[in-house]
Design a protein around this ligand. Structure first.
Ligand code: SAM
Ligand code: SF4
Length: 332
């Protein structure tokens, strides 16, 4: 089959597909969701397992997708997750398959997910203090997350990365502690600047902990030197910790955006193609798919969607408007 790259008008090609498997979640991280949760997608609007796999197949077999990351909401809540992973790993050319998760339940599922073909996992963990974990996520589940991380490592998922967001007045003084904890366990830690993607629209730039502040805070305990390895399209700036070889990453989505090197495209749980977390436009693949569109037709719609990808997210632009859907609904 001829491979048609998902190229846009700004010289970029999307090869990294982020698939949201659900908008639901069992945590309520304050930077992501309100305490009461959100109006979840009605069941009939969400893609079935077969529909998800069909769209991933089109992406991998016709459109040059080489990496597939499952996310949400919380992807471990998707009952068919193992089957979707196995079907994705059965495609040719075989894509890299990873998962971004809060790790609740990973203790029970890590072995099965690895057996299904999962290559890597990113776990979100902002603090190793139980009380602060409960404040940030509004659930007292730190122990379950830690057991999930241990199970992922034991199941051979490699690397296990940890994603952390720092919140002013809650855990912004804990960056060195979290890094020390991750280094001891061979986990690769990355800090993410808080982005305006919360459902409550409460984000304020002045209250955000910046990448420079994160690095300065880590330097109170560790020596950090920029890694000389090429960053490519990876969003994280990597630093060697105490002369290496271990590193820590900082993702400065707001203060040092990396849109020029972006190779991502997103598929929402209800079958919309979204070019960027901050895009205000979505391209519907579910309606034509359910109306009988062929794989060729769906590939054509997907190509047209990516062609229109904007050059940048524009958070710094005074006219910036937060997208209607929060990150948990787009797929973070
Ligand atoms: N529930 C899974 C998890 O937490 O890993 C996957 C979905 S979550 C939306 C994906 C990632 O987005 C997590 O690492 C989370 O910390 C991050 N995230 C959520 N809201 C964010 C925000 N407003 N700014 C920066 N990162 C955010
Ligand atoms: Fe759930 Fe992940 Fe959002 Fe936290 S960041 S509420 S775990 S979707």
């Amino acid at each position: 089959m001829t491979m048609l790259p998902l190229a846009d008008r700004h010289g970029r090609t999307a090869t990294d597909l982020r698939v949201s498997l659900t908008d639901r979640c069992n945590l309520r991280c304050s930077y992501c969701m309100p305490a009461e949760g959100l109006d979840w997608l009605p069941h009939h609007e969400a893609l079935t397992d077969e529909e998800v796999v069909r769209l991933i197949s089109i992406g991998v077999e016709r459109l040059g997708i080489t990496e597939v990351r499952f996310t949400g909401g919380e992807p471990l809540l998707r009952r068919g997750l193992s089957g979707i992973i196995a079907a994705t790993k059965a495609l040719e050319p075989v894509p890299e398959v990873s998962l971004t998760t809060n790790a609740l339940g990973l203790e029970r599922t890590a072995v099965a997910l690895a057996a299904a073909g999962l290559d890597r996992v990113n776990v979100s963990l902002d603090t190793i203090r139980a009380e602060d974990f409960a404040t940030i996520t509004r659930r007292d589940r730190l122990d379950d997350v830690i057991r999930g991380i241990e199970a992922a490592t034991a199941a051979g998922l490699d690397p296990v990365k940890v994603n952390a967001v720092l919140m002013p007045g809650v855990n912004d003084d804990q960056a060195p502690e979290l890094l020390g904890w991750c280094l001891e366990r061979g986990l690769h830690l990355r800090f993410i600047e808080q982005m305006p993607l919360d459902a409550q629209h409460a984000w304020e730039r002045s209250a955000m902990i910046t990448a420079d502040q994160i690095v300065a805070s880590l330097q109170t305990r560790f020596t950090l030197n920029p890694s000389t390895k090429s960053r490519g399209s990876a969003p994280a700036e990597e630093f060697l910790v105490d002369d290496g070889p271990l590193t820590v990453g900082v993702i400065a989505s707001v203060t040092r955006p990396f849109c020029g090197d972006c190779d991502r495209v997103r598929l929402t749980a209800d079958g919309q193609i979204v070019n960027c977390l901050f895009a205000r436009e979505e391209s519907d693949l579910r309606t034509p798919m359910r109306a009988g569109a062929t794989d060729d037709e769906l590939a054509g719609l997907w190509l047209a969607a990516v062609l229109g990808k904007l050059p940048g997210h524009g958070i710094d632009d005074p006219s910036f408007l937060q997208p209607d859907r929060p990150m948990s609904a787009i797929g973070g």
